[in-house]
Design a protein around this ligand. Structure first.
Ligand code: CAA
Length: 380
């Protein structure tokens, strides 16, 4: 067993760390307050290769392994989880989905722009009445020969207004249940596509989350991904990998909060000494560090499984379940270590605590991860 990172891994981790400190840290509080993320910063992330890390080099991607991707995700998330969710959706859901299941034409036309930051992607599965229960899609795509007509509403879509290309999951034949679902590439400029209001969120407020409406949107048949009826499997397979990225995001939020708490505890004095010298604080730090290291091993294992071509449904779901709980526990404790200062914005930990919660909700709630895990361990 080799737990050592390669030189390339260390280089990628350090590049993400430097970028996050230099470019994401300034302005992170303001972006959270204003609920906005400048387009130039998205472009910069694209230019530096953070938006298409694992995608094939022939379509502009970095051709990197999943370990590299999660190392970058952790570093970006330590500083700005709003930036990292954009990176995660574009990499794991949109680019990976197209690279793995798209046609040559789809890759040339769409993927090659999504990997470089020229265009941004969104993944549209959730609906007002189909969140966890993803087979209950109400959005319909009616087959009209050489095209489909798409109608419906999608909810809580990350990159909702800033994306250019949207992977939309829709019901094409209700009778066939999950086998009557397809995935389509939809362009923002097409007639009938409408961006709904921006969600006012608790955390990851810098990222834009919207509902989307599709009113008789004409989608060419060549924009369907995979064979007819492949859409549900496409969504499930894509989300399985996405969950590793979100687990890495949760790990980053936790380790970011832990590092801030540790540094603070070495400076802040109470009862005549730095507070880290009090066991009440030292034990908290010991628990936080232990929980984070356990989460890190699980996230790494899931990424390694994926890189080895092994099944990662189980390890990815376990990593997300554990890392997201770790993010919640550690950020709450980080605020506690900071005392009153933890409750105000300039110390960053209150934001990380708010950001942590979403990791237990999106790309499958913790309860969904437990469904995936229990089904997997009970099937033998
Ligand atoms: N890989 C391949 N196929 C899979 C699969 C996987 N990981 N999981 C399920 N399937 C297949 C099954 O094999 C089955 O196919 P067959 O009939 O051919 O055998 C089919 O899909 C249906 O599977 P289930 O019967 O298990 O389906 P289910 O209705 O019981 O649902 C579920 C399973 C795990 C609960 C699923 O609905 C689920 O994951 N729900 C959560 C959805 C989710 O994560 N939403 C997040 C939205 S995206 C997001 O948050 C992005 C963002 O903006 C950040």
């Amino acid at each position: 067993m080799d737990f050592k990172l390669t030189e390339e891994h260390i280089m990628i981790r350090d590049a993400a760390r430097d970028f996050a400190k230099a470019e994401l840290l300034p302005g992170v509080i303001e972006r959270d307050e204003k609920q906005e993320f400048p387009k130039e910063l998205i472009k910069k992330m694209g230019e530096l290769g953070f938006l298409g890390m694992m995608a094939s080099p022939e379509y502009g991607g970095g051709g990197m392994d999943t370990i590299s991707y999660i190392l970058a995700m952790e570093e970006l998330s330590k500083i700005d989880a709003s930036a990292s969710v954009m990176v995660s959706v574009n990499n794991s859901l949109v680019c990976w989905g197209l690279d793995t299941f798209g046609t040559e034409e789809q890759k040339k036309k769409y993927l090659s722009k999504l990997t470089t930051g020229e265009k941004l992607g969104a993944f549209c599965l959730s609906e007002p009445e189909a969140g966890s229960d993803a087979t209950s899609q109400r959005t319909t795509a009616i087959d009209k020969g050489d095209h489909y007509i798409l109608n419906g509403t999608k909810n809580w879509i990350t990159n909702g207004s800033s994306a250019d290309y949207y992977l939309v999951i829709a019901q094409t034949d209700k009778e066939k249940k999950h086998k009557g679902i397809n995935a389509f590439i939809v362009e923002k400029e097409w007639d009938g596509f409408e961006i709904g209001p921006k969600e006012q969120k608790l955390g990851i407020r810098g990222s834009d989350t919207h509902s989307l409406n599709f009113n008789d949107v004409k989608v060419p048949k060549e924009n369907r991904i995979g064979e007819d009826g492949f859409g549900f499997k496409f969504a499930m397979k894509t989300l399985s990998g996405g969950r590793i990225g979100i687990a890495a995001q949760a790990l980053g939020i936790a380790s970011g909060a832990y590092e801030l708490a540790k540094d603070y505890s070495k400076q802040r004095k109470a009862f005549g000494t730095e507070i880290c010298n009090h066991q009440a604080i030292a034990f908290k730090l010991a628990d936080m560090h232990t929980q984070i290291e356990a989460a890190r091993h699980m996230v790494m294992k899931a990424a390694w499984d994926k890189d080895q071509g092994l099944n990662y449904d189980l390890s990815g779901a376990m990593a997300k379940l554990h890392a997201s709980q770790t993010a919640m526990d550690v950020t709450v404790e980080a605020v506690q270590v900071h005392g009153g200062n933890g409750y105000v914005k300039e110390y960053h930990v209150e934001r990380l605590m708010r950001d942590a919660k979403i990791t237990q909700i999106y790309e499958g709630t913790s309860e969904i991860q437990k469904i995936v895990i229990s089904r997997s361990i009970l099937k033998d």
